[in-house]
Design a protein around this ligand. Structure first.
Ligand SMILES: [Zn+2]
Length: 235
């Protein structure tokens, strides 16, 4: 696969618009009991399998999974679904119970079925689309805020891409499908938002050298927070 490059920074970048989440609903993972249910691709799921996207609430996401599943009670299913969906938090260790800034993961991993349509979080221009090594097939979109500030949203481990470098995209446009290309233990979306001076497209997990909050904040932002901050933008 080729990595298409387009470094024409003078091109007109569409407005960010009202930011959206990369998916509009998720499977109710906590309610699924068999691997046959669990492993279905997006196309094989039915309306009854989906629930609204849960909020990114760290107080709930860091409740130990063992205390929610031993035994599983009905009231905890939504918490289990949320923990599984936000399976790796911002700069967290790869551990279902890990809090932010306990590792080097420069984004958020969202557990989703193979083939789930991935929507771009805001308007912008596709700057890179191709093979990102450990990140697998990925799309990187440049966004401009009204004040001129520039950010890049990155979507990794895709099964397929629907856009190429240089394409203008609008908030919510489908840019690819969830996959497990690159280094990945199963289908999920790696979502990352970098600042303009971001030095890496994807920082590999290096357990012995976790970044400090300040180091992380120099080149990346929490993608969920970024979306929430721009969800009601009016330009
Ligand atoms: Zn990731």
């Amino acid at each position: 696969m080729f990595a298409f490059q387009d470094n024409d920074t003078d091109a007109q970048v569409p407005a960010l618009g009202k930011a959206v989440f990369p998916v509009d609903r998720i499977p109710n993972w906590g309610a699924m009991r068999s691997s046959a249910e669990w492993d279905r691709p997006y196309e094989a799921m039915t309306e009854a399998d989906f629930v609204p996207v849960p909020s990114y609430d760290l107080a709930q996401l860091t409740i130990p999974i063992s205390s929610l599943t031993n035994p599983i009670i009905e009231d905890n299913i939504h918490l289990i679904t949320a923990k599984l969906f936000y399976s790796t938090r911002y700069f967290a260790a790869y551990d279902l119970d890990a809090d932010e800034f306990t590792g080097n993961h420069a984004g958020v991993d969202l557990k989703l079925p193979l083939g789930t349509p991935v929507r771009v979080i805001g308007g912008g221009i596709v700057r890179e689309a191709g093979d990102g090594g450990a990140l697998g097939t990925y799309v990187m979109v440049e966004h401009r805020l009204k004040n001129g500030e520039k950010f890049f949203s990155i979507y990794g481990h895709l099964r397929s891409m629907k856009v190429r470098a240089g394409d203008a995209v609008g908030a919510g446009q489908v840019i690819g499908e969830v996959g497990f290309t690159g280094i990945s233990t199963g289908p999920h979306l790696h979502l990352q938002v970098d600042r303009d001076d971001g030095s890496a497209k994807h920082m590999p997990f290096t357990p012995l050298q976790p970044l400090t909050r300040n180091e992380a904040a120099k080149w990346s932002v929490n993608p969920i927070t970024f979306i929430q901050e721009h969800v009601s933008a009016s330009w």
